[in-house]
Unconditional design. Sequence first.
Length: 350
Amino acid sequence: MIKTDILIIGAGPTGLFTVFEAGLLKLKCHLIDSLPMPGGQCAEIYPKKPIYDIPSHPEILAGDLVKNLEEQIEPFQPGFTLGESAVSIEKTEDDHFIVTTDQGTQHQAPVVAIAGGLGTFEPRKPPLKNLEQYEEKGVHYMVKNPEYFRDKTVVIAGGGDSALDWTIFLEKIAASVTLVHRRNEFRGALDSVEKVQELKNKGCISLITPAEVTALKGEEKLEALTVSHQGNSKDLECDAFIPLFGLTPKLGPIADWGLEIEKNAIKVDNSLDYQTNIPGIYAIGDVNTYPGKLKLILCGFHEATLMCQSAFKRIHPDKRNVLKYTTVSGVNGFDGSQKQAAKSTIKSIE
């Protein structure tokens, strides 16, 4: 049985930053994540994708953000259960929670913070009859390593932020980039739309709207695709096709924990501490919902901060927590015995 003060489900940016805020309050944390490494989507799906709305960083790659967060929380020595998914939860007589993973690992804590991002997810795939034939043979639903596309002929389909961002990024390294969207209007940030239009005007990329990719061609791998545009069809040579139509999120087993769910997100009270309808269980980051919710990493950091203050009161109802700025108190982390206890709880998949 792994025991801790705050059990965090999800080791993405919000979960990792929770460790820092909890550490300032001398609270121990242990994180569970189904991925084999910390970082969530930033590490697994788009480590090389630039992020622009992190304070003090005009631009930072998602993977570098994760590395910085890991360095920031190192003094507090959190424990990790990686490569396992939280599947069940039960409440004990002393008002603690026991969370069990799909591998049977049990964790006990007085506070549970669900920071699972979008939960488990699958890419939304275009309705092309031979799509699976070319998966990992030219068809990619995400960009894990941009270098793979260096000097390749790339076609991207989609009209959201991911399609726009990767069009802008890959234009720098690919032999050519074509963006195909079924509408003339895009759903992404206005700045990104303007950058794509500028690249198109300069002849740096091809932009085909309104249009759709209707067929894939090639023997053993993708060699070309068909684009239907204003009633006409034409074939484009293509080394890589990246359909970016978003992800279908699923909460997974957490949806059966008795939490109040709304549109595949966990409802929380944002007037104070982001607690769910079950006292002692909080939800922070993209996994939660409340009036005015914005799914931004920045907002997850804010939610984690207030959640930890509430968690301290729950864990230590007789203690008074006096807010101290880190410019005054510094970041001391745990003492030696606490560090050793935290280290002993680390459990990860080799």
